[in-house]
Design a protein around this ligand. Structure first.
Ligand SMILES: [Fe+2]
Length: 160
């Protein structure tokens, strides 16, 4: 078997490893949020059914695309991307929701999960900037924009 080619993109291995570790936690949070949103799309009930069913679909569809971008950035940095439920549970900062919450309870869970995912992305920034890792900074910026905007939209549903 031939030896894998060394990675020489101008970011030392120890920094790439730390960024990949942070991105793995972001992937785990993003996957947990994705699944929660899809679950709520399936199971939402009540007078807001149409609005929430459609809104959740828009959200999980966007999140699904983002999972791939995060995982492939980890690969480009030279590390394996986590891809099992076991790993995601271990890495995620978001707890799974059991049972069937009422519609507005679902919205509350999603606000928390959106905010938690934003915090995980934001925590990574100093590391990424220190390593001059612009592609990861760009990805994090995009994810922060989406999660903060979506959290606002969901939060607005809870107001009078
Ligand atoms: Fe559907």
């Amino acid at each position: 078997m031939t030896k894998p080619a060394k990675i020489n993109i101008g970011i030392p291995e120890d920094k790439r490893a730390k960024i990949a570790e942070g991105l793995s936690r972001l992937l785990a949070d993003s996957y947990t949020l994705y699944l929660m949103t899809h679950n709520f799309h399936w199971n939402v009930t009540g007078p807001m059914f149409n609005t929430l069913h459609a809104m959740f679909m828009t959200q999980y569809t966007e999140q699904w695309t983002a999972l791939d971008q995060i995982a492939e950035r980890i690969r480009a940095l030279g590390f394996p991307a986590p891809g099992t439920y076991k790993e995601f549970v271990k890495l995620a900062s978001i707890a799974e929701v059991e049972g069937q919450p009422k519609a507005l309870e679902m919205v509350r869970h999603l606000v928390s999960a959106q905010e938690a995912t934003a915090r995980t992305a934001r925590e990574l920034f100093p590391l990424v900037e220190d390593a001059n890792d612009q592609p990861t900074a760009d990805l994090l910026t995009q994810r922060l924009d989406v999660h903060e905007k979506t959290a606002w939209m969901l939060r607005s549903l809870l107001e009078d």
